[in-house]
Ligand binder design. Structure first.
Ligand code: ELE
Length: 287
């Protein structure tokens, strides 16, 4: 069961700090992260240019052994170009894509065609990144099976049964859940792993949670999950996409750069509040 980190994209003065990005990946992979998810939601993928996403991939592939590259775009040509670019790197085990978003009037046939076009463009496995809350549409297990060429799915969904259905209908598919609150559940029901934003700031806790599940210590696993839940509860009202950068600093002890507006960084009062709000969880995790 894999721990996959959807890696933050660190900005400094409006530009991506690629050295910091690589250093951050080096740190979290040393602490139990098995693979990295590049340009996902936590990585602000939809807010990055094609060139920026290529640069991130290059940096990630230089330090991580296993990379999944999120290529989703509202411009098919861009997604195809990213899929083709990914073929240069041995570390890329799959490309993943959100379904075309924003436009609610696309048909199921059109969504399926988008994924089939991606499959045709690359020899690498293509994964679905299903995130109905963000995308506005749900490509569920039945729809994914209909597409026919998908080799994996990351389902960001708080309904574990929804995620399990992919495994039921397509047993050979890699199936990951993307909700930080379902790490314990995902490991317990034997999914292929999790894509958890918390892997950016508490990778060692996720590794311990996985160990606890493996040895049947449900109580220990649950206490780690609950500490993560406390962190999420504190961070979400501040704007979680921004708070993640601060959580890296609080838990890992280094400056992780800033997000890109309109995903504005937290202001100093919010940072101080967050630090105090997660102090108990930090103590519980003994980090
Ligand atoms: C999750 C997001 C969303 C992780 C990615 C991920 O960032 O690409 O539960 O909606 O806050 O999809 O972190 O998480 P929620 O895979």
């Amino acid at each position: 069961m894999d721990i996959i980190a959807p890696v933050i994209t660190p900005f400094r003065n409006g530009k991506i700090d690629l050295d910091l990005y690589a250093e951050h990946i080096r740190n979290i992979t040393a602490k139990g992260v098995d693979a990295v998810f590049v340009a996902g939601t936590t990585g602000l993928g939809p807010a990055l240019s094609v060139e920026e996403r290529k640069a991130l991939l290059e940096a990630a592939a230089s330090v991580a052994r296993r990379v999944i590259f999120q290529i989703g775009s509202l411009v098919l040509d861009d997604a195809v170009a990213l899929a083709k670019y990914a073929e240069r790197f041995d570390a890329v085990e799959a490309v993943a894509s959100v379904p075309p978003y924003y436009f609610p009037r696309l048909s199921e046939r059109q969504i399926a065609k988008y994924f089939r076009d991606l499959c045709a463009a690359t020899s690498r496995p293509v994964y679905l990144y299903n995130y109905p809350a963000a995308v506005g549409r749900d490509v569920d297990a039945k729809a994914a099976r209909e597409i026919g060429c998908l080799k994996g799915v990351k389902d960001t969904n708080e309904n574990i049964a929804h995620t399990l259905a992919y495994k039921r209908l397509m047993p050979h598919m890699k199936v990951y859940n993307g909700s930080d609150s379902l790490v314990l559940a995902s490991f317990s029901v034997g999914l292929d792993g999790v894509v958890a934003s918390s892997a950016n700031y508490v990778p060692e806790a996720l590794a311990r949670l996985r160990e606890a599940v493996a040895r049947g210590d449900v109580e220990r696993a649950r206490s780690i999950q609950f500490a993560i839940d406390e962190i999420l509860e504190a961070a979400r009202p501040l704007g979680y996409s921004s708070a993640v950068y601060e959580l890296v600093e609080i838990f890992q002890g280094y400056d992780a750069g800033e997000p890109r507006p309109p995903i504005y960084p937290l202001d100093p009062e919010e940072k101080a509040w967050l630090k105090a709000a997660v102090a108990q969880a930090k103590a519980k995790l003994a980090l």
